[in-house]
Design a protein around this ligand. Structure first.
Ligand code: SF4
Length: 272
């Protein structure tokens, strides 16, 4: 039996032959680290690009948005838990080759390209690359909406094909600990990609978790040290999955927006 260590994200899961990782998408098959949800699509829709959210990347356009199942984090407030927390057994999917998916995007009218979103896309990076290679021949755009916890090796493979990203920045180090994530990895990802593609960052503002002016100001100041034109989205939280905290107070969002605007040119409030 050959064990392997998965290097796709910061968890570095040890996988015995036939075993899935904690993301439920990487699998040890005969000593090879394979993408078990390759081409398995649970959701597909034409969305406004602003819904990703990306507001300074081809505004006013629509993009074919696709997702699979699985995630390498365990956010108890996940807004998409029905697919992100699902696995092969508990999700409904259809399988599409990269060619089939790209053909849908290419033949869809008024379509900018493909956004890989809804669940964590980078744990299935091979499918992104295979699809993107076809899209690029048709001058179409590739967008990722991600939690930003993929390894540097994965980012180096994917970034040559990516035109825009929205990365979630969820909270401080202790909050990431609760989610099974890693604050430093996410900040390293942001610092790595901001000069390689169009980047916007989203903080889902959750009462009592990440909603202080100090925290938001610190993140905004740090983002501005990279580029003061990075768009920051402050997104309103609503109770989902295991969290029953009340929705974020809108006045608090406005106060946090004003704090972030001390550093960044573009701070948007969303999901209100
Ligand atoms: S991608 Fe999945 S299997 Fe690989 S280290 Fe991360 S959680 Fe584990």
């Amino acid at each position: 039996m050959s064990e392997l260590i998965c290097e796709v994200c910061m968890h570095h899961c040890h996988l015995n032959d036939g075993q899935l990782g904690r993301c439920r998408t990487r699998k040890n098959e005969d000593g090879h680290n394979v993408c078990a949800n390759y081409g398995r699509i649970t959701s597909i829709a034409m969305d406004p690009i602003e819904k990703k959210p990306l507001i300074h990347f081809h505004p006013g356009s629509y993009i074919l948005s696709v997702g699979s199942y699985g995630c390498n984090l365990s956010c108890p407030f996940c807004q998409n838990a029905s697919i992100s927390m699902a696995d092969e057994e508990t999700s409904e999917y259809r399988t599409m080759s990269a060619r089939q998916l790209a053909d849908i995007a290419i033949h869809q009218k008024y379509n900018l390209g493909i956004a890989f979103t809804y669940n964590e896309p980078l744990i299935s990076y091979e499918y992104i690359i295979d699809t993107a290679k076809i899209l690029k021949r048709h001058h179409m755009q590739v967008v990722l909406v991600t939690n930003g916890t993929a390894s540097r090796q994965v980012l180096e493979k994917v970034m040559p094909y990516v035109d825009a990203m929205n990365i979630d920045l969820k909270g401080d180090e202790s909050f990431y600990h609760e989610l099974g994530g890693d604050y430093k990895t996410v900040r390293d990802t942001i610092a790595y990609v901001y000069s390689r593609c169009h980047l916007e960052v989203t903080i889902l503002v959750i009462p009592g978790k990440n909603d202080t002016p100090e925290f938001i100001g610190e993140q905004a100041e740090w983002l501005a040290s990279l580029d003061s034109e990075i768009v920051l989205h402050l997104s309103r939280y609503f109770p989902r999955y295991h969290y029953t905290l009340p929705p974020t107070d809108i006045d608090q969002l406005v106060l946090l927006q004003q704090e972030a605007q001390k550093y960044l040119k573009y701070v948007s409030i969303g999901n209100v």
